[in-house]
Design a protein around this ligand. Structure first.
Ligand SMILES: C[S@@+](CC[C@H](N)C(=O)[O-])C[C@H]1O[C@@H](n2cnc3c(N)ncnc32)[C@H](O)[C@@H]1O
Length: 350
Protein backbone atom coordinates (compact mmCIF):
# COMPACT_ATOMS: atom_id res chain seq x y z
CA UNK A 1 0.00 0.00 0.00
CA UNK A 2 1.26 3.54 -0.78
CA UNK A 3 1.99 5.77 2.20
CA UNK A 4 0.09 9.04 2.79
CA UNK A 5 3.11 10.88 1.38
CA UNK A 6 3.36 8.86 -1.79
CA UNK A 7 -0.15 8.26 -3.02
CA UNK A 8 -2.07 8.29 -6.28
CA UNK A 9 -4.81 10.79 -7.04
CA UNK A 10 -7.39 11.54 -9.70
CA UNK A 11 -8.35 15.12 -10.54
CA UNK A 12 -11.72 15.72 -12.14
CA UNK A 13 -11.70 18.71 -14.49
CA UNK A 14 -14.03 20.34 -17.02
CA UNK A 15 -13.52 18.43 -20.29
CA UNK A 16 -11.62 20.84 -22.56
CA UNK A 17 -9.61 22.34 -19.70
CA UNK A 18 -7.31 19.34 -19.07
CA UNK A 19 -4.17 21.11 -20.37
CA UNK A 20 -4.72 24.13 -18.11
CA UNK A 21 -5.31 21.91 -15.09
CA UNK A 22 -2.16 19.96 -15.93
CA UNK A 23 -0.19 23.23 -15.96
CA UNK A 24 -1.52 24.07 -12.51
CA UNK A 25 -0.65 20.59 -11.20
CA UNK A 26 2.87 20.90 -12.62
CA UNK A 27 3.37 23.99 -10.49
CA UNK A 28 2.80 21.99 -7.31
CA UNK A 29 6.31 20.93 -6.29
CA UNK A 30 5.27 17.56 -4.83
CA UNK A 31 3.75 16.42 -8.15
CA UNK A 32 6.27 14.93 -10.57
CA UNK A 33 5.36 16.54 -13.97
CA UNK A 34 6.16 13.33 -15.83
CA UNK A 35 3.65 11.49 -13.65
CA UNK A 36 0.60 13.55 -14.67
CA UNK A 37 -1.47 11.84 -17.32
CA UNK A 38 -4.93 12.22 -18.78
CA UNK A 39 -6.82 8.94 -18.52
CA UNK A 40 -10.00 10.08 -20.32
CA UNK A 41 -11.85 13.32 -21.06
CA UNK A 42 -12.08 15.31 -17.83
CA UNK A 43 -9.81 13.10 -15.71
CA UNK A 44 -6.12 13.43 -14.80
CA UNK A 45 -4.05 11.11 -12.63
CA UNK A 46 -0.89 11.90 -10.73
CA UNK A 47 1.27 10.81 -7.82
CA UNK A 48 1.86 13.09 -4.86
CA UNK A 49 4.97 12.91 -2.72
CA UNK A 50 3.79 15.27 0.05
CA UNK A 51 0.87 15.79 2.35
CA UNK A 52 -2.32 16.12 0.31
CA UNK A 53 -3.28 19.43 1.96
CA UNK A 54 -1.32 21.13 -0.87
CA UNK A 55 -4.11 20.08 -3.24
CA UNK A 56 -6.58 22.44 -1.59
CA UNK A 57 -4.99 25.40 -3.37
CA UNK A 58 -5.96 24.07 -6.81
CA UNK A 59 -8.35 26.43 -8.61
CA UNK A 60 -8.75 24.91 -12.06
CA UNK A 61 -9.97 21.45 -11.02
CA UNK A 62 -13.46 20.45 -9.89
CA UNK A 63 -12.32 17.93 -7.25
CA UNK A 64 -9.46 15.60 -6.36
CA UNK A 65 -9.87 11.98 -5.23
CA UNK A 66 -7.36 9.72 -3.54
CA UNK A 67 -7.21 6.32 -5.23
CA UNK A 68 -7.26 3.13 -3.13
CA UNK A 69 -6.92 -0.16 -5.00
CA UNK A 70 -8.84 -3.27 -3.97
CA UNK A 71 -8.01 -6.66 -5.45
CA UNK A 72 -11.63 -7.77 -5.61
CA UNK A 73 -13.71 -9.16 -8.48
CA UNK A 74 -16.81 -7.07 -7.72
CA UNK A 75 -17.99 -4.41 -5.20
CA UNK A 76 -19.87 -7.02 -3.16
CA UNK A 77 -16.49 -8.18 -1.84
CA UNK A 78 -16.12 -4.80 -0.08
CA UNK A 79 -18.71 -6.05 2.41
CA UNK A 80 -16.35 -8.81 3.55
CA UNK A 81 -14.64 -8.12 6.89
CA UNK A 82 -11.07 -7.50 5.66
CA UNK A 83 -11.96 -5.17 2.76
CA UNK A 84 -14.72 -3.39 4.67
CA UNK A 85 -12.35 -2.64 7.56
CA UNK A 86 -9.79 -1.23 5.14
CA UNK A 87 -12.39 0.83 3.28
CA UNK A 88 -13.65 2.33 6.56
CA UNK A 89 -10.03 3.15 7.47
CA UNK A 90 -9.58 4.98 4.15
CA UNK A 91 -12.78 6.94 4.67
CA UNK A 92 -11.99 7.79 8.30
CA UNK A 93 -8.53 9.02 7.29
CA UNK A 94 -10.10 11.38 4.70
CA UNK A 95 -12.77 12.57 7.17
CA UNK A 96 -10.12 13.40 9.81
CA UNK A 97 -8.71 16.04 7.44
CA UNK A 98 -12.06 17.88 7.10
CA UNK A 99 -12.76 20.92 9.23
CA UNK A 100 -15.50 20.79 10.44
CA UNK A 101 -15.88 16.98 10.41
CA UNK A 102 -18.36 15.66 7.82
CA UNK A 103 -22.00 15.01 8.77
CA UNK A 104 -23.09 13.38 5.51
CA UNK A 105 -21.71 10.92 3.00
CA UNK A 106 -22.42 9.30 -0.35
CA UNK A 107 -21.21 6.46 -2.56
CA UNK A 108 -21.47 6.52 -6.34
CA UNK A 109 -20.85 3.63 -8.72
CA UNK A 110 -22.19 2.17 -11.90
CA UNK A 111 -25.17 0.06 -10.87
CA UNK A 112 -25.82 2.47 -8.02
CA UNK A 113 -29.30 1.10 -7.36
CA UNK A 114 -28.38 -2.55 -6.92
CA UNK A 115 -29.06 -4.25 -3.60
CA UNK A 116 -25.29 -4.60 -3.00
CA UNK A 117 -24.69 -0.88 -3.40
CA UNK A 118 -27.65 -0.04 -1.16
CA UNK A 119 -26.24 -2.35 1.51
CA UNK A 120 -22.75 -0.93 1.17
CA UNK A 121 -24.11 2.60 1.58
CA UNK A 122 -26.16 1.64 4.60
CA UNK A 123 -23.42 -0.32 6.38
CA UNK A 124 -20.75 2.29 5.66
CA UNK A 125 -22.88 5.21 6.85
CA UNK A 126 -23.86 3.31 10.02
CA UNK A 127 -20.27 2.35 10.80
CA UNK A 128 -19.09 5.94 10.33
CA UNK A 129 -22.10 7.53 12.06
CA UNK A 130 -22.89 9.70 9.01
CA UNK A 131 -26.18 10.52 7.28
CA UNK A 132 -26.58 9.42 3.67
CA UNK A 133 -26.81 12.65 1.68
CA UNK A 134 -29.92 13.35 -0.36
CA UNK A 135 -27.87 14.48 -3.37
CA UNK A 136 -26.05 11.11 -3.31
CA UNK A 137 -22.70 12.77 -2.61
CA UNK A 138 -22.67 14.68 0.66
CA UNK A 139 -19.41 15.70 2.30
CA UNK A 140 -17.50 12.42 2.56
CA UNK A 141 -17.84 11.19 -0.99
CA UNK A 142 -16.64 7.89 -2.44
CA UNK A 143 -16.73 6.70 -6.04
CA UNK A 144 -16.24 3.06 -6.96
CA UNK A 145 -14.82 2.21 -10.36
CA UNK A 146 -13.38 -0.85 -12.05
CA UNK A 147 -9.62 -0.65 -12.53
CA UNK A 148 -8.63 0.18 -16.13
CA UNK A 149 -7.17 -3.31 -16.66
CA UNK A 150 -10.33 -4.87 -15.19
CA UNK A 151 -8.30 -6.75 -12.55
CA UNK A 152 -9.85 -5.17 -9.48
CA UNK A 153 -11.73 -2.12 -8.20
CA UNK A 154 -10.77 1.39 -7.12
CA UNK A 155 -12.24 3.30 -4.22
CA UNK A 156 -11.82 7.00 -5.02
CA UNK A 157 -12.28 9.14 -1.94
CA UNK A 158 -12.80 12.89 -2.48
CA UNK A 159 -10.10 14.78 -0.59
CA UNK A 160 -12.33 17.72 0.39
CA UNK A 161 -15.79 18.04 1.95
CA UNK A 162 -17.08 20.02 -1.02
CA UNK A 163 -15.76 20.28 -4.58
CA UNK A 164 -12.84 22.69 -5.02
CA UNK A 165 -14.88 24.41 -7.73
CA UNK A 166 -17.38 25.55 -5.08
CA UNK A 167 -16.05 28.90 -3.94
CA UNK A 168 -16.82 30.45 -0.56
CA UNK A 169 -17.54 33.82 -2.17
CA UNK A 170 -20.60 32.43 -4.00
CA UNK A 171 -23.16 33.82 -1.57
CA UNK A 172 -25.39 34.69 -4.48
CA UNK A 173 -25.72 31.76 -6.88
CA UNK A 174 -27.74 33.04 -9.81
CA UNK A 175 -28.85 31.03 -12.85
CA UNK A 176 -26.27 31.68 -15.55
CA UNK A 177 -23.45 32.25 -13.04
CA UNK A 178 -20.26 30.80 -14.45
CA UNK A 179 -18.55 27.70 -13.08
CA UNK A 180 -15.61 29.13 -11.13
CA UNK A 181 -13.04 26.73 -12.59
CA UNK A 182 -14.00 27.92 -16.09
CA UNK A 183 -13.69 31.54 -14.93
CA UNK A 184 -10.28 30.69 -13.50
CA UNK A 185 -9.26 29.08 -16.83
CA UNK A 186 -10.31 32.24 -18.70
CA UNK A 187 -8.01 34.33 -16.51
CA UNK A 188 -5.10 31.93 -17.17
CA UNK A 189 -5.67 32.28 -20.92
CA UNK A 190 -5.29 36.04 -20.63
CA UNK A 191 -1.94 36.12 -18.89
CA UNK A 192 -0.27 39.55 -19.03
CA UNK A 193 2.14 41.26 -16.64
CA UNK A 194 0.63 42.78 -13.49
CA UNK A 195 -0.66 46.38 -13.43
CA UNK A 196 -3.12 46.14 -16.33
CA UNK A 197 -6.60 47.56 -16.88
CA UNK A 198 -9.06 44.66 -16.99
CA UNK A 199 -12.70 44.91 -18.09
CA UNK A 200 -15.43 42.28 -17.81
CA UNK A 201 -18.28 43.08 -20.21
CA UNK A 202 -21.57 41.39 -19.21
CA UNK A 203 -20.03 40.64 -15.82
CA UNK A 204 -23.08 39.07 -14.12
CA UNK A 205 -22.13 37.99 -10.60
CA UNK A 206 -18.44 38.90 -11.22
CA UNK A 207 -17.02 35.37 -11.06
CA UNK A 208 -14.36 36.10 -13.69
CA UNK A 209 -12.99 39.26 -12.07
CA UNK A 210 -12.98 37.69 -8.62
CA UNK A 211 -10.89 34.81 -10.01
CA UNK A 212 -8.65 37.31 -11.80
CA UNK A 213 -8.21 39.37 -8.63
CA UNK A 214 -6.95 36.31 -6.70
CA UNK A 215 -3.80 36.08 -8.80
CA UNK A 216 -3.24 39.70 -9.91
CA UNK A 217 -2.99 42.20 -7.08
CA UNK A 218 -2.09 45.35 -9.05
CA UNK A 219 -4.59 45.25 -11.90
CA UNK A 220 -7.45 47.76 -12.18
CA UNK A 221 -10.70 45.80 -12.39
CA UNK A 222 -13.93 47.01 -13.98
CA UNK A 223 -17.22 45.10 -14.24
CA UNK A 224 -20.07 46.19 -16.55
CA UNK A 225 -23.57 44.72 -16.63
CA UNK A 226 -26.92 46.24 -17.57
CA UNK A 227 -28.92 44.27 -15.00
CA UNK A 228 -29.04 45.88 -11.53
CA UNK A 229 -29.70 42.54 -9.79
CA UNK A 230 -26.74 40.84 -11.45
CA UNK A 231 -24.51 43.78 -10.65
CA UNK A 232 -25.62 43.74 -7.03
CA UNK A 233 -24.89 39.98 -6.84
CA UNK A 234 -21.46 40.73 -8.28
CA UNK A 235 -20.82 43.38 -5.64
CA UNK A 236 -21.85 41.02 -2.83
CA UNK A 237 -19.70 38.17 -4.14
CA UNK A 238 -16.73 40.49 -4.59
CA UNK A 239 -17.18 41.76 -1.04
CA UNK A 240 -17.23 38.19 0.32
CA UNK A 241 -14.12 37.33 -1.66
CA UNK A 242 -12.34 40.27 -0.02
CA UNK A 243 -12.17 42.04 -3.42
CA UNK A 244 -15.01 44.53 -2.90
CA UNK A 245 -12.68 47.53 -2.89
CA UNK A 246 -10.82 46.39 -5.97
CA UNK A 247 -13.62 45.73 -8.45
CA UNK A 248 -15.57 48.75 -9.71
CA UNK A 249 -19.09 47.74 -10.76
CA UNK A 250 -20.70 49.90 -13.45
CA UNK A 251 -24.39 49.68 -14.43
CA UNK A 252 -24.20 50.20 -18.18
CA UNK A 253 -24.86 48.75 -21.61
CA UNK A 254 -21.79 46.77 -22.62
CA UNK A 255 -22.23 47.98 -26.22
CA UNK A 256 -21.82 51.58 -25.03
CA UNK A 257 -19.38 51.46 -22.15
CA UNK A 258 -18.72 54.74 -20.31
CA UNK A 259 -14.95 54.36 -20.81
CA UNK A 260 -12.44 56.04 -23.12
CA UNK A 261 -11.22 54.44 -26.37
CA UNK A 262 -7.96 52.47 -26.19
CA UNK A 263 -7.98 52.18 -22.41
CA UNK A 264 -8.20 48.43 -21.68
CA UNK A 265 -5.50 45.69 -21.77
CA UNK A 266 -7.57 42.58 -20.96
CA UNK A 267 -11.26 42.03 -21.74
CA UNK A 268 -13.49 39.18 -20.65
CA UNK A 269 -17.05 38.28 -21.57
CA UNK A 270 -19.24 35.34 -20.63
CA UNK A 271 -21.93 36.18 -23.14
CA UNK A 272 -25.63 35.46 -22.82
CA UNK A 273 -26.31 32.50 -25.06
CA UNK A 274 -30.04 32.09 -24.87
CA UNK A 275 -30.10 29.22 -22.36
CA UNK A 276 -30.56 30.96 -19.02
CA UNK A 277 -30.18 34.52 -20.23
CA UNK A 278 -31.06 36.31 -23.50
CA UNK A 279 -32.22 34.82 -26.79
CA UNK A 280 -30.61 34.00 -30.14
CA UNK A 281 -32.51 36.89 -31.78
CA UNK A 282 -31.16 39.36 -29.19
CA UNK A 283 -27.66 37.94 -29.67
CA UNK A 284 -27.72 38.54 -33.45
CA UNK A 285 -27.64 42.25 -32.64
CA UNK A 286 -25.74 42.08 -29.34
CA UNK A 287 -22.64 40.12 -30.44
CA UNK A 288 -21.51 42.38 -33.33
CA UNK A 289 -22.24 45.53 -31.32
CA UNK A 290 -20.33 44.19 -28.34
CA UNK A 291 -17.33 43.16 -30.46
CA UNK A 292 -17.20 46.63 -32.02
CA UNK A 293 -17.31 48.22 -28.58
CA UNK A 294 -14.62 45.86 -27.27
CA UNK A 295 -12.48 46.85 -30.23
CA UNK A 296 -12.95 50.54 -29.47
CA UNK A 297 -12.03 50.06 -25.80
CA UNK A 298 -9.01 47.82 -26.41
CA UNK A 299 -5.41 48.99 -26.40
CA UNK A 300 -3.10 47.97 -29.28
CA UNK A 301 -1.99 44.66 -27.72
CA UNK A 302 -5.19 43.82 -25.92
CA UNK A 303 -6.45 40.29 -25.40
CA UNK A 304 -10.14 39.36 -25.23
CA UNK A 305 -11.35 36.05 -23.77
CA UNK A 306 -14.98 35.23 -24.61
CA UNK A 307 -17.15 32.31 -23.54
CA UNK A 308 -20.29 31.51 -25.50
CA UNK A 309 -22.48 28.66 -26.67
CA UNK A 310 -23.31 30.58 -29.87
CA UNK A 311 -20.21 29.24 -31.62
CA UNK A 312 -21.28 29.92 -35.20
CA UNK A 313 -22.54 33.42 -34.50
CA UNK A 314 -19.36 34.16 -32.58
CA UNK A 315 -17.05 32.83 -35.32
CA UNK A 316 -18.91 34.94 -37.90
CA UNK A 317 -18.75 37.99 -35.70
CA UNK A 318 -15.03 37.58 -35.05
CA UNK A 319 -14.28 37.32 -38.79
CA UNK A 320 -16.05 40.63 -39.39
CA UNK A 321 -14.46 42.35 -36.39
CA UNK A 322 -11.20 44.03 -35.49
CA UNK A 323 -10.19 40.89 -33.57
CA UNK A 324 -8.00 37.95 -34.58
CA UNK A 325 -8.59 34.42 -33.30
CA UNK A 326 -5.70 33.00 -31.27
CA UNK A 327 -7.43 29.87 -29.98
CA UNK A 328 -10.84 28.25 -29.70
CA UNK A 329 -11.57 25.57 -27.08
CA UNK A 330 -14.74 23.52 -26.75
CA UNK A 331 -15.79 22.70 -23.20
CA UNK A 332 -18.25 20.18 -21.86
CA UNK A 333 -20.21 21.87 -19.14
CA UNK A 334 -23.45 20.66 -17.54
CA UNK A 335 -24.57 18.94 -20.74
CA UNK A 336 -23.73 21.98 -22.92
CA UNK A 337 -20.73 22.59 -25.16
CA UNK A 338 -19.77 26.25 -24.89
CA UNK A 339 -16.60 27.55 -26.53
CA UNK A 340 -13.81 29.69 -25.25
CA UNK A 341 -12.46 32.14 -27.82
CA UNK A 342 -9.14 33.87 -27.15
CA UNK A 343 -8.89 36.94 -29.39
CA UNK A 344 -6.14 39.44 -30.08
CA UNK A 345 -6.64 43.00 -31.25
CA UNK A 346 -5.90 42.94 -34.98
CA UNK A 347 -2.92 45.24 -34.54
CA UNK A 348 -1.42 43.04 -31.77
CA UNK A 349 1.68 40.96 -32.43
CA UNK A 350 1.36 37.25 -31.53
C1 LIG B 1 -24.04 34.55 -18.89
S1 LIG B 1 -24.32 35.93 -17.88
C2 LIG B 1 -22.76 36.28 -17.15
C3 LIG B 1 -22.54 35.45 -15.92
C4 LIG B 1 -21.29 35.78 -15.17
N1 LIG B 1 -20.09 35.35 -15.84
C5 LIG B 1 -21.34 35.20 -13.78
O1 LIG B 1 -20.46 34.40 -13.40
O2 LIG B 1 -22.31 35.46 -13.06
C6 LIG B 1 -24.49 37.22 -19.06
C7 LIG B 1 -24.70 38.60 -18.48
O3 LIG B 1 -24.79 39.53 -19.56
C8 LIG B 1 -25.61 40.61 -19.12
N2 LIG B 1 -25.98 41.40 -20.31
C9 LIG B 1 -26.75 41.01 -21.36
N3 LIG B 1 -26.81 41.99 -22.28
C10 LIG B 1 -26.05 43.01 -21.82
C11 LIG B 1 -25.72 44.30 -22.30
N4 LIG B 1 -26.17 44.76 -23.49
N5 LIG B 1 -24.92 45.09 -21.56
C12 LIG B 1 -24.45 44.65 -20.36
N6 LIG B 1 -24.74 43.45 -19.85
C13 LIG B 1 -25.53 42.63 -20.57
C14 LIG B 1 -26.73 39.93 -18.37
O4 LIG B 1 -27.36 40.82 -17.48
C15 LIG B 1 -25.96 38.80 -17.65
O5 LIG B 1 -25.58 39.21 -16.36
Amino acid sequence: MTSARNADYEAEVIPGLEALAMDELRQLPPVAPSQIRQTRAGFLRFRLTANESVLQSLRSVIAVYRIHNFAIPRPKALLGHEHFTRLLGNLRAAARRFTPPPGTMGIAAAGSHTAVMQRLRLETSQALGLQLAEDGKGELFLRLARQADGAGWEALVRTTASPLSKRDYRLVNLPGALNATVACAMTRMAQQPDGRVVLNLCSGSSTILIEHAQSKVNDTLLAIDNCPDMLSAGRQNAELAGQGQRIAHLLADATRAPLPAGSVDILYADLPFGHHIGSHEDNLALYPALMREASRLAKENAIFVVLTHEARLMARTVRASGWRLRSETTLSLSGLHPRLFVLLKNSARI
